[in-house]
Design a protein around this ligand. Structure first.
Ligand code: ADP
Ligand code: MG
Length: 360
């Protein structure tokens, strides 16, 4: 199947500062791909290169089977939505939506039909005669999305479109964007530094660091089987717990040893054969079971330092060997600071990383 968007051996440098070094990625038609990573890792640079707003140093960009590496943005068949949307303040919503189409010289009836379709899709029908000043932040951002949608192209690029909105509005528009994608079935490339947006919206997430894709996989795969320590630490809130130690050959199966702790690894699926040596054990707060002894799991004994109720669940922080570890509990919590706990670890769900940080 022909990719909707392909980036081939892309390199982008500002003088001798290389931001992206030889990146390749294929995005399937109808796919929702999220580019996720910390600020400054090159997400916008990559998106702008796909859009044609950024010169590339080497490599190629293909859209719908065509090499567009040197095409103007307007000829690439894309629609783009930015974080800081500049609407035309003196124009009505209707004019804001139709402006690009009028400049492109589309027939009046076609413009009217498209504006009507887009307005209906984004619940802007009753706002068409208002100016931006008379709209709320969320409504303005919907108009900005609408300006991209009226182009009726196959590929939409979003660069942190919700970052400027408050939390409630952000959650609402996130759901709207997901519905929009389900209804339109376009290809979407969506940049964010927000892991919740990435996990909830994406078919696949490309998680980036310093211009390099660390892992490209479904949200579930990235959450359950992070490819390296960076991905493991970036995704999840509270963050994954990490314990430094060593993998050693046990009597029957390999074991992980750290600070008096010995954990049988027979339930862990190694990518390759387990080798002895330094390693980091990573586990999420929900991978601990409060009553470790009853569950016959290996236990990590400690003392509760903080209880954080979160509504539907609670996060319990406990001290073990000079470290603060977290454990997630559903339902009501009767624990208090100072209580002794011995949670059990479900090793089948945990992650092990080697000395170079990659998943074992
Ligand atoms: N015009 C520019 N000149 C020099 N360096 C730039 C320029 N634009 C961006 N950069 C650098 O490129 C890197 C990636 O930036 P950017 O793509 O905006 O990151 P992100 O969108 O992931 O936050 C950063 O280190 C930034 O400082
Ligand atoms: Mg950016």
């Amino acid at each position: 199947m022909q990719s909707a968007v392909s980036v081939k051996d892309l390199k982008i440098a500002y003088g001798d500062h290389t931001v992206i070094e030889k990146m390749s990625i294929d995005i399937a038609p109808r796919e929702f791909l999220v580019l996720l990573g910390p600020s400054g890792c090159g997400k916008s640079t990559l998106l702008n290169a796909i859009a044609g707003l950024q010169d590339i140093t080497a490599g190629e960009v293909w859209i719908s089977g065509k090499n567009v590496s040197w095409e103007e943005p307007k000829d690439r068949g894309i629609g783009m939505v930015f974080q800081s949307y500049a609407l035309y303040p003196r124009m009505s919503v209707r004019k804001n939506l139709s402006f690009g189409l009028r400049v492109a010289g589309l027939p009046k009836t076609e413009i009217e039909a498209r504006v009507a379709r887009t307005a209906a899709l984004l619940h802007l029908d009753t706002l068409l005669d208002r100016r931006p000043a008379a709209l709320s932040g969320g409504q303005r951002q919907r108009v900005a999305i609408g300006r991209a949608l009226v182009r009726e192209v196959d590929v939409f690029l979003f660069d942190e479109p919700l970052s400027n909105l408050d939390a409630k509005l952000r959650n609402e528009l996130r759901v709207e964007i997901k519905k929009l994608h389900q209804r339109l079935g376009n290809t979407m490339i969506y940049v964010t530094h927000d892991q919740v947006e990435a996990l909830t919206l994406a078919d696949r997430i490309a998680i980036m660091r310093d211009g390099v894709i660390q892992q490209l996989a479904s949200p579930a795969e990235i959450y359950r089987r992070p490819a390296n320590l960076f991905v493991a630490g970036f995704i999840g809130a509270p963050a994954m717990n990490f314990i430094e130690g060593r993998i050693e050959r046990g009597d029957a199966a390999p074991v992980f040893r750290s600070n008096g702790l010995t954990i049988d690894l027979s339930g862990y699926s190694f990518r390759a054969v387990a080798v002895e040596g330094p390693a980091t054990l990573g586990f999420r707060p929900e991978h601990l079971v409060l009553d470790g002894a009853a569950s016959s799991l290996p236990t990590i004994p400690g003392r509760v330092s903080v209880v954080e109720p979160m509504g539907s669940d609670a996060v319990i922080w406990f001290d073990w060997a000079d470290q603060s570890l977290s454990l997630r509990l559903m339902g009501d919590v009767t624990l208090e600071p100072g209580d002794a706990v011995a949670p059990g670890l479900d090793i089948a769900k945990a992650s092990l990383f080697g000395a170079d940080g990659s998943r074992l």
